[in-house]
Design a protein around this ligand. Structure first.
Ligand SMILES: Cc1cc2nc3c(=O)[nH]c(=O)nc-3n(C[C@H](O)[C@H](O)[C@H](O)COP(=O)(O)OP(=O)(O)OC[C@H]3O[C@@H](n4cnc5c(N)ncnc54)[C@H](O)[C@@H]3O)c2cc1C
Length: 627
């Protein structure tokens, strides 16, 4: 535990150039000292040995069981024992007829050609023009659409959902219609590509520039379409999207028990507002970091500010607000220190605390209101976004469905995550209903995960999340380069994987500790899945407890999904659906996002070949799955 020491205000605090000094990180660091006690050691979170043994017995190959009483945490020999066989092609493809296997082979082969992936939008456009819509649609259904999309509407997808269900694989329904609009329309509509303003405010590093857009990004709207950002027409359109998601939730409830339904927040509110709200949230956190200073190696959650010193500091900076009063009223007399979560809670009560929400503006050399750019109408629009999310969460709860909020681009994500957390506070009291998503390709992923887990502990709700590596890497990198801010993405694939496993390790520990949290390991990466199984076994987390789920996209990695399901793990396929002409951006994204993955799909292709050959030799080419 680290806490700010009570100390007299340093001399520089009285100087005229206070603000500039405050904003000089180095000086601030020397003025704020921390006392550190030993960080609590991570304990062996109440590992349930008999549970671990049972899980292991399920996973071990025959004859390797019976290691009762041995502590197998961190034991490499134990790691070797865990084996769901991902090489078993016959088991993996039991739910597929031979034509489906052939289609997978063709589609994966096509996806390995860079020029097809790079030029996919042009090729599709050309195909439509030459073949005509009808023939083109048919061709798509026989190939890409048939591989990655379940059907046109919630009725036509039912057979596929039931078939997967029969083989132990559940569904996350994902209505994937994205608006594809002409260049002319693009220019008329307001998209996510808008200016966030905020000149000269604190910490003008990558984070703030991240929210600075404008003409240049307006020019790259094509890219935004390709990565599925909804275009904002008006509030009525957002209501329409909400209705669509409700249909999806009901379909999910009707077709399976304990299903999931996925939503995108940019469909539920004005993206421009999400972007600006994101800016506000980030600035506010940055200000705390400036105040609390950044001791080397200190995690965000370990930083503390002493309230009396905060009050003194703010008064000297020119603020008249009663921070001390607000926090002590909220936390009780004993609270002498606040951390970043306490600090962030001021935003929750922003209508009443707007007087406290001040951040330094370097250019103007004074404090300025954090919410200065928010009109009452905008505050209402933000409220309506939350209300739509609320309607969807209620609908999910009523239909026995869990709501998965997808993660999107970094400049929306703080707002998306904040609104999701607000909803989790309400609906995840008894059980996890709303799931957030964390993208581990972000440098800040671990910080985000740990802060939100801590929030869930403090507020007593069930943490629930999907863990992904992240889908917008190319777009994020290009944008960071264009606007010259620090790339928010980890420098290479290895660091993203390390981050993924670090976050996953932390979440699995959290689940083992209190059995309240849930996580979906949403990855096609076999090593990540094996890592999860190993850790589950070490911690005694049983598949039947339904705390750790696995997620893959429809049409990909059946050799991972189906063996996992057969071993008793809860596995879900993201099941997109929608009319052919309207899911093209989704298909294009599938190819682009997973290009790296597709190149690595060699193993999947080999297994598909192996199974096809086996069926040919054994006279089972006309095999039809029974369910
Ligand atoms: C069920 C499910 C739900 C999903 N939901 C979302 C969502 O809500 N939001 C979202 O953004 N994505 C989502 N995705 C997509 C996901 O983020 C990945 O893009 C995709 O799954 C590939 O990652 P992987 O772990 O499966 O495979 P891998 O092949 O192991 O990883 C590929 C990923 O690694 C990262 N990477 C690759 N090269 C580099 C590099 N040079 N530097 C840094 N990182 C690199 C990228 O994130 C890339 O997508 C979802 C995926 C699944 C399976």
């Amino acid at each position: 535990m680290f806490c700010l020491k009570a100390m007299p205000a340093p001399a520089w605090v009285n100087s005229d150039t206070l603000l500039k000094r405050l904003l000089s990180n180095r000086r601030l660091r020397s003025s704020v000292t921390f006392s550190s006690t030993t960080r609590p050691e991570k304990t062996d979170h109440g590992r349930n040995r008999s549970g671990a043994q049972r899980a292991s017995a399920r996973l071990q190959s025959p004859g390797k069981s019976g290691r009762a009483g041995k502590d197998r945490t961190n034991s490499s020999s134990a790691a070797n024992e865990i084996s769901v066989d991902f090489e078993q092609s016959q088991e993996a493809y039991r739910s597929k007829d031979s034509l489906e296997l052939l289609r997978s082979l063709v589609v994966f082969k096509l996806c390995s050609y860079d020029f097809l992936v790079d030029k996919n939008e042009k090729i599709m456009y050309l195909g439509k023009t030459i073949l005509g819509q009808k023939v083109f649609d048919q061709l798509m259904k026989m190939t890409f659409y048939g591989q990655f999309v379940a059907g046109e509407d919630h009725i036509s997808i039912k057979p596929l959902i039931q078939k997967n269900q029969a083989f132990g694989v559940g569904s996350v329904l994902d209505y994937s219609v994205e608006e594809d609009i002409s260049q002319k329309e693009e220019n008329q509509k307001e998209s996510s590509s808008v200016s966030a303003g905020g000149e000269g405010s604190i910490g003008k590093g990558y984070r703030e520039k991240n929210y600075e857009t404008g003409r240049q990004l307006g020019d790259s709207q094509r890219e935004v379409i390709g990565t599925c950002t909804y275009f904002y027409a008006d509030e009525a359109k957002c209501d329409q999207h909400m209705e669509t998601f409700m249909k999806c939730i009901k379909a999910s409830g009707g077709s399976s028990m304990n299903g999931f339904s996925a939503i995108k927040m940019t469909a539920l509110g004005r993206p421009q507002l999400l972007l600006r709200f994101s800016e506000v949230l980030v600035k506010w956190q940055q200000f705390f970091t400036f105040l609390a200073s950044q001791q080397d190696g200190m995690e965000a959650l370990e930083q503390r500010l002493e309230l009396t010193q905060l009050q003194e500091l703010m008064i000297k900076l020119g603020a008249e607000s009663d921070f001390l009063g607000w926090f002590t009223r909220k936390k009780g007399e004993s609270a002498g220190c606040i951390d970043i979560l306490d600090w962030s809670s001021l935003i929750d009560d922003r209508v009443n605390t707007s007087g406290l929400l001040l951040v330094p503006n370097v250019k103007l050399d004074k404090l300025e209101p954090l919410l200065k750019n928010f009109t009452t109408e905008e505050e209402n629009q933000l409220k309506r976004t939350l209300e739509r999310l609320d309607v969807l969460a209620k609908c999910a709860l009523k239909n026995g469905v869990r709501l998965m909020v997808d993660a999107e681009q970094t400049y929306f994500q703080p707002a998306i995550s904040k609104l999701t957390l607000d909803s989790q506070k309400i609906y995840n009291r008894e059980k996890p209903v709303v799931f957030n998503t964390y993208q581990c390709y972000l440098k800040e992923a671990f910080k985000n995960v740990t802060m939100d887990v801590e929030l869930s502990r403090r507020e007593g709700w069930c943490f629930a999340a999907k863990l992904v590596r992240g889908a917008y890497m190319y777009q994020e990198r290009e944008r960071a380069k264009e606007f010259r801010y620090e790339d928010p993405i980890n420098p290479n694939y290895e660091s993203t994987s390390t981050m993924y496993h670090r976050c996953l390790h932390y979440l699995l520990d959290e689940i083992a500790l209190n059995r309240k949290a849930n996580v979906m390991v949403a990855s096609h990466n076999e090593d990540t899945v094996k890592y999860t199984l190993k850790r589950m076994n070490e911690l005694g987390l049983l598949p039947t407890e339904n705390k750790v789920f696995f997620g893959q996209l429809l049409g990909m990695c059946d050799q991972i999904s189906f063996p996992l399901a057969q071993a008793g793990f809860p596995v879900y396929k993201y099941v997109p659906y929608g009319p052919v002409s309207e899911v093209m951006p989704y298909l294009s994204r599938r190819a682009q996002e997973n290009r790296g993955f597709m190149k690595g799909a060699q193993k999947e292709r080999e297994l598909l070949w192996k199974e096809l050959k086996r069926r040919l030799v054994s006279g089972e080419l006309l095999y039809r799955p029974l369910y």
